[in-house]
Design a protein around this ligand. Structure first.
Ligand code: XMP
Length: 509
């Protein structure tokens, strides 16, 4: 195992992924982790991440300096390297100017990280401060034109520092450097894969739950489906799943779940029809936050009522992923502002007094997909694009009515059909239709129309924190627009959303 110490870099998760891509398990830990805990985790190596701070700032993140006495190999990246240099007696110069972008890396000295690499390749820099004096027993292993100390090593101790970011794709050979650190320096073994994770998780769930019951909300999405399948493999009939149909689902969603998830699995699912309840509660509501709150609270009530019918349940299963966990204990205390009040099947009340079972809490989204395939879950479900807890309600601008839901459902189904047909579904983070609160004038069959407008939203993203609008081919856009206008009643105009995130969010509400 490798641990990454989180000094607040936006690339922390990326470092962890790079390690895991090499079949080595990796965990991100906050910088206030104790050395005793590190010893307990017994990692083969430690990576100190970058971060936005300057080492001389009073509240810049630091880790107990006795990590340098543990005789564990350490790789410091950017701020992580500054921390190493500063702590071990070298000197960091505060920058007057940031260096941002590409630089050519000249290897000055052979080092295990640069094994089999030719000098003069591209690396990606993003830093203010730089090292100007090395601690004792360190040597410079590489430089760039602007940064004399671009890579350092203390070969005896197995301490390495890189001023640039090997974890980002733009750094040529970056992945290889991480590989060399893992296998040549830390002597890791390649034993982290989905099969071993799956077997381990099943026995852990068995041990934790014993013969007790677990309740779990299914949303129809990848995370809760994979988590439920895993828990089911461990405890079988003692897992009780609840699927709440809030009437805000997409076309064929419930049927899809039934077909995809229950096929071949003897899963206990209770389908609850709460459509009327949700529609009534949302009557006349147009404010996005109010919609979200109403849906979130009502979901809890409906779920709670169903859960109470299951006697003696002690556990609640959830599909929480690793990024959610890292986010909430990051160096800077997680997200600074709540932009939207998210609701998902995980947001259940504390009063339920259930112990949590979160079998995916060590995984990234792409790993959950791999695990889903490993578990034999249908590919359609494994590759399903994310869908928000409040469903179509936040894709209908203005009031939600049964007829407006129907319009959106039809338009959305056409859009998805065409995106799949064009082979783009898996390449896009999300693609969906939004029903706008306006009507516009058109002409159809020589007659004036005054009807609704649909917006097409399609984005690419890795984690939904940032996203770019997808450059869909014009002929595909034309086909989608044509079909929606011809096949969905009361639509006479289709527009395409060309906003990235930020400044827009992915959803419209
Ligand atoms: P935004 O709109 O904030 O969305 O850019 C980021 C990602 O989160 C999804 N989303 C939600 N997921 N409950 C969820 O489970 C919610 O309330 C919710 N709101 C947005 C959105 O679809 C996108 O993938």
């Amino acid at each position: 195992m490798i641990i990454v110490i989180d000094f607040g870099s936006q690339f922390n998760q990326l470092i962890a992924r790079r390690v895991r891509e090499n079949n080595v398990y990796c965990q991100v830990e906050p910088s206030d982790i104790s050395v005793a805990r590190i010893k307990e985790l017994n990692p083969q190596g430690i990576i100190l991440s970058g971060g936005p701070s300057s080492i001389y700032e009073q509240d810049s993140p630091k880790i107990d300096k006795s990590i340098f006495d543990l005789e564990i190999p350490i790789l410091g990246i950017c701020y992580g390297m500054h921390f190493m240099v500063h702590t071990l007696g070298g000197k960091i110069k505060k920058a007057t100017k940031r260096e941002y972008g590409f630089a050519s890396l000249d290897i000055k000295e052979p080092a295990p990280l640069f094994k089999d690499m030719e000098t003069g390749f591209q690396c990606w820099m993003s830093h203010g401060d730089s090292a100007i004096k090395l601690p004792k027993n360190f040597v410079i292993t590489a430089s760039t034109q602007n940064t004399a100390i671009a890579a350092i090593a203390n070969h005896e101790k197995n301490f390495y520092g890189l001023q640039f970011h090997p974890e980002v794709e733009h750094s040529k050979n970056g992945t290889l450097m991480i590989r060399h650190f893992l296998f040549d320096v830390c002597k890791c073994r390649e034993n982290w894969n989905m099969k071993s994770f799956c077997d381990g998780a099943i026995s852990q769930i068995k041990e934790a739950v014993g013969d007790k019951k677990v309740i779990m909300g299914l949303s129809g999405g990848v995370d809760s489906s994979v988590a439920a399948t895993l828990i089911h493999k461990a405890i079988g009939k003692n897992l009780f799943c609840i699927f709440v149909d809030n009437g805000l689902l997409r076309k064929g969603e419930k049927e899809g779940l039934e077909k995809n998830l229950t096929a071949g699995l003897d899963l206990n699912i209770k389908f609850v029809n709460a459509k009327e309840k949700f529609l009534t509660a949302l009557e006349g509501v147009t404010d996005p936050e109010k919609k979200r709150k109403i849906i979130g609270n009502l979901f809890i009530d409906v779920f709670d009522a169903q859960a109470n019918k299951i006697d003696g349940a002690e556990f609640l299963g959830q599909g929480t992923l690793y990024p959610d966990i890292i986010e909430s204990k990051s160096a800077f205390g997680g997200p600074t502002s709540i932009i939207k009040s998210h609701h998902n099947v995980g947001g259940l009340p504390e009063k339920m007094k259930l112990k949590l079972i979160e079998p995916l809490q060590l995984l990234f989204k792409d790993e959950v997909r791999k695990l889903g395939s490993e578990l034999g879950i249908n590919e359609d479900l494994v590759w399903r694009q994310p869908f928000p807890g409040p469903g179509l309600a936040i894709r209908i601008m203005g009031e939600i009515t049964a007829s407006r839901l129907e319009i959106l459902r039809e338009a959305d189904a056409i859009l998805l059909e065409e995106i799949k047909e064009a082979g783009l579904y898996r390449k896009l983070w999300q693609s969906f239709a939004v029903l706008l609160p306006i009507k516009s004038v058109g002409v159809m069959g020589d007659k004036r129309t005054f009807a609704n407008c649909i917006a097409i939203r399609a984005v690419t993203s890795n984690d939904a924190m940032t996203a770019d609008w997808a450059k869909l081919p014009h002929d595909l856009l034309g086909k989608i627009s044509n079909r929606i206008i011809n096949e969905v009643e009361n639509i006479n105009r289709v527009v395409f959303d060309i906003t990235s995130k930020p400044p827009g969010t992915i959803e419209w509400e």
